[in-house]
Design a protein around this ligand. Structure first.
Ligand code: TXA
Ligand code: MG
Length: 355
């Protein structure tokens, strides 16, 4: 199949006639059961009609994703929630009021309208109302209910620019909408609203603290940061090794000087063994590292920058053919928790803690 790539400018108030026509065409593709990748404020999504079982099957096939891993249904009007869920708990109304449109996904009991192909066989459905204007327009033109996982091949880091969508999806889907670099760079926060207190299943830009301010008590799935809890994660997708670069990634935690010394010694040994080495560093420590490819993902004073650059750094190591990657660790609270959660998955939970 030929994949059409269309470009939509960022930061414009309104769509040009040409852009609007392209978005209508994209909407038509989804209505007809086809697939379109599109930008959201978190990462690029791979969209199909969430109410069409055939479309959801195609999404799993294009991603190479196990079909027990449910999809998120994206809407473009809060009131559309009512038709795809059987009940909207009061807490969910409050959270929607506070965080929609935006990077928050909520889990509800599904209505009969949503096929089991979309929910991976579950009686619940994940719903998100993105704030990105291209996403909103596409959802509207597609009929209002777009099922979309991140637009990467299963197991690869989520794409934050269209180039990486093309790398993974060219020839597999009808269209890619290139809307430039995304704003956040990590996938949405997921919270299960079918339990009391509501439970965070995946950390993201909307932090536990922000949710607790609106909802009072919130729980966090214990499997989010640990590899050895012995429990299955409640978001089925979180059990898969995810976001993984091709090289072997190890996280090194401890005093900044000791971390740099350890990583440099490891990298030197790796290089002697003929391996290409990479380091994920912060602005504060960048100068201290000696490796084939040292990437600064931003300053520790601004975790949003780090979030935005993390997946891109992992993809770039792949492009460069790096075999051994070392990363500094990050905070376990706030946005740092989302960053660490993705890094831990990418590293298969390989962590070295220095005293
Ligand atoms: O930011 C995002 O959420 C992006 C953009 C495209 O919107 N989408 C995204 O989708 O990250 P995906 O498919 O890569 O991740 C969805 C996660 C998976 O871990 C899946 O298991 C979980 O959501 N999930 C979906 N439906 C669920 C349900 N009913 N119950 C529990 N977990 C669910
Ligand atoms: Mg994903």
């Amino acid at each position: 199949m030929d994949t059409e790539i269309v470009r939509i400018r960022q930061d414009e108030e309104s769509f040009s006639g040409e852009e609007d026509a392209a978005l209508r065409r994209a909407g038509e593709i989804i209505r007809q059961g086809g697939l379109v990748a599109f930008p959201t404020e978190t990462v690029y999504g791979l969209g199909g009609d969430g109410l069409n079982r055939e479309s959801s099957r195609k999404i799993y096939a294009a991603k190479g994703r196990p079909s027990d891993n449910p999809l998120i249904v994206h809407i473009c009007r809060s009131e559309d929630l009512e038709s795809i869920v059987s009940e909207v708990p009061e807490a969910a109304r409050k959270a929607a009021q506070a965080f929609w449109p935006g990077p928050l996904t909520m889990i509800f009991r599904k209505s009969d309208k949503v096929p089991y192909e979309t929910t991976g066989g579950l009686d619940t459905v994940a719903v998100r109302f993105p704030s990105h204007r291209v996403a909103q327009k596409l959802i509207e033109y597609s009929g209002g209910f777009v099922a979309a996982p991140s637009a990467n091949r299963s197991g690869r880091p989520s794409p934050t620019v269209a180039k990486y969508v093309t790398e993974d999806m060219d020839g597999r889907i009808e269209m890619i909408i290139d809307g430039g670099e995304v704003g956040i760079g990590l996938e949405s926060t997921i919270i299960d609203m079918t339990v009391m207190p509501p439970q965070i299943l995946r950390p993201g830009y909307v932090t536990r603290q922000m949710l607790a301010e609106v909802l009072g008590e919130v729980d966090t799935d214990v499997t989010i940061m640990s590899s050895d809890s012995g429990q299955a994660p409640r978001a089925p997708g979180m059990k898969y090794r995810h976001y993984a670069p091709k090289g072997e990634l190890v996280i090194v935690e401890g005093d900044a000087k000791a971390v740099a010394a350890y990583i440099n010694a490891q990298a030197q040994a790796d290089r002697r063994a003929g391996r290409k080495t990479g380091v994920i560093a912060t602005d504060e420590t960048l100068e201290q590292y000696r490796a084939d490819s040292v990437k600064g993902v931003g300053t520790r004073a601004d975790e949003e920058t780090i979030a935005r650059h993390l997946f891109t750094a992992l993809r770039e190591f792949d492009d460069e053919g790096v075999d051994s990657i070392y990363s500094e660790g990050f905070e376990s609270d706030g946005l740092g928790q989302a960053i660490m959660n993705r890094l831990l998955k990418a590293a298969g939970h390989r962590v070295v803690r220095l005293q």
